[in-house]
Design a protein around this ligand. Structure first.
Ligand code: C2E
Ligand code: CA
Ligand code: CA
Length: 439
């Protein structure tokens, strides 16, 4: 085994495992580099079409703690300890690699699935036995080669996907890549491929769900909710494509497209003197990283001559926590321009009274989760206190997801009058919302 100098060891924990010139081996552990592993792995499987192959990828969730709470030397020792073990598998038909820091991979032939489980469990137990003052959490993702021509790098991606599902969960040691994950991945790729065309050809359109005053059923506002009107699949709801767009950043383009349609529509109504109500638009947390975000909203308001007071910006509760500074600063500026700020999904994260008192929020949307179980006495205690707290902080309370007359009754008895829910209206195309507003 090839031991390394202290200097190089220092690099290995945070950077890709270093490659020795032309050897295809990592300097620190002497295992194959990722690149060579992918290449040789694919070749090996092609040479042995008679064998079934599987990829195992291992990653240690809290490996950084070893460096932080012990020291880097201990971290490096641990990586060498693992690679020593993996070398035991390395032969003409089986390859092992050190990808980076705490990520290792093993490509091996097998006959039945149990062999793979046994390998994963043995590797897990071995890593677990490394003497440390605390437990580390290795997870192993396994991908059985799905088709006879799947290359090794795709198998690594699939195994990594399976791994990510269990990463950091102490009760799960390994996870197989399965058909469901494959379908999810296909769908994700399809969305990525189609979304730009969908934007250009106007397949992404805002629907609007009215907000009502439950006492009178009067429409007091609306929330813009995007729909993908797909030429083949029909109407696709945002839950299916927004998470993918948040991963690849395209949510920024989609949100802007939705906002623009809302501003244009509102501007036209204002211009001809038709009745209007304030409309909420959803702001993905990704905008916290887009420094043209404020200019875009202010620009739209000017261009379409829509007073900022007609627009509520809905930002999900957890965004106020995780990206606190940038979100906060953006929001304060937008408020100065007259926009109204709404905290969405209140009660799903970890909001506290202290946090709320510091936020420039005008409206709070109480999450549907609260009223789904409104018959439960404990839920009632919490909800009553949430209402009391929000009212004391002088926030407008908007309850989401009201579906039944009994929920309505409960809320009205507590003077909680504003709601959005299927009991009143579902999200609808803008033309239908027009018809509701027109006298
Ligand atoms: P959200 O912002 O919490 O929106 C409310 C969701 O609850 C909507 O789902 C709405 O149709 C649904 N809903 C409202 N009342 C009821 C009810 O009484 N019962 C039930 N079961 N559901 C109700 P939708 O339209 O599928 O949107 C899902 C999420 O996607 C939204 O949750 C929001 O986070 C996101 N989203 C939607 N449009 C956009 C958009 O243009 N931009 C961004 N960034 N996110 C969007
Ligand atoms: Ca919302
Ligand atoms: Ca919500």
């Amino acid at each position: 085994m090839q031991q390394d100098s202290g200097q190089n060891n220092h690099q290995t924990n945070s950077q890709p495992a270093q490659e020795t010139a032309n050897s295809g081996l990592t300097r620190m552990t002497g295992l194959l580099t990722r690149h060579v592993f992918h290449h040789s792995g694919t070749e090996l499987m092609q040479t042995h079409p008679e064998l079934k192959y599987a990829m195992l990828v291992m990653d240690i969730a809290n490996f950084k703690s070893v460096n932080v709470f012990c020291d880097r030397k201990k971290g490096d020792e641990m990586l060498l300890y693992i690679s020593d073990y993996l070398k035991g598998y390395w032969n003409d038909l089986t390859l092992v690699s050190h990808f980076r820091a705490d990520t290792f991979a093993l490509l091996r032939p097998f006959e039945d699935k149990q062999e793979l489980i046994d390998t994963a469990l043995a590797l897990h137990a071995y890593v677990d036995a490394f003497p440390l003052p605390f437990k580390v959490l290795p997870s192993i993702g396994i991908c059985i080669r799905p088709t006879p021509d799947t290359p090794a790098n795709n198998m690594c991606d699939y195994a990594t996907m399976a791994l990510k599902e269990i990463k950091g969960k102490f009760y799960a040691k390994y996870n197989f890549f399965d058909e469901r994950m494959f379908q999810d991945l296909l769908q994700e790729k399809q969305i990525e491929n189609e979304i730009l065309h969908a934007l250009e050809s106007n397949q992404l359109r805002p629907y609007i769900q009215p907000k009502v005053d439950m006492r009178t059923k009067e429409i007091i506002g609306g929330e813009a909710l995007v729909r993908w009107i797909h030429p083949v699949q029909g109407v696709i709801s945002p839950g299916q494509f927004i998470p993918v767009l948040e991963k690849n950043g395209l949510i920024i383009n989609v949100d802007f497209h939705v906002w623009e349609q809302i501003f244009r529509w509102l501007g036209e109504r204002v211009k001809v003197g038709k009745p209007v109500v304030p409309i909420s638009i959803n702001i993905s947390r990704m905008h916290a990283y887009d420094n043209t975000f404020q200019e875009k909203l202010i620009g739209l308001s000017k261009m379409y001559e829509v007073p900022a007071s007609l627009i509520l910006l809905e930002l999900t509760e957890s965004a106020f926590l995780s990206d606190a500074n940038s979100v906060y600063q953006n929001m304060v500026k937008l408020k100065e321009h007259g926009f109204t700020l709404s905290m969405d999904d209140f009660g799903t994260g970890y909001s506290t009274m202290t946090m709320l008192k510091d936020q420039p929020v005008d409206e709070v949307k109480v999450d549907k989760g609260f009223i789904d179980n409104i018959e439960n006495e404990n839920v009632q205690i919490i909800l009553d206190n949430v209402i009391y707290m929000l009212r004391s902080l002088k926030k407008t309370i908007m309850v989401e997801g009201v579906e039944s007359a009994s929920q309505q009754k409960y809320l009205l008895e507590r003077n909680c009058n504003f709601a959005q829910g299927f009991l009143y209206y579902k999200p609808m195309p803008i033309t239908d919302f027009d018809a509701l507003l027109d006298p």
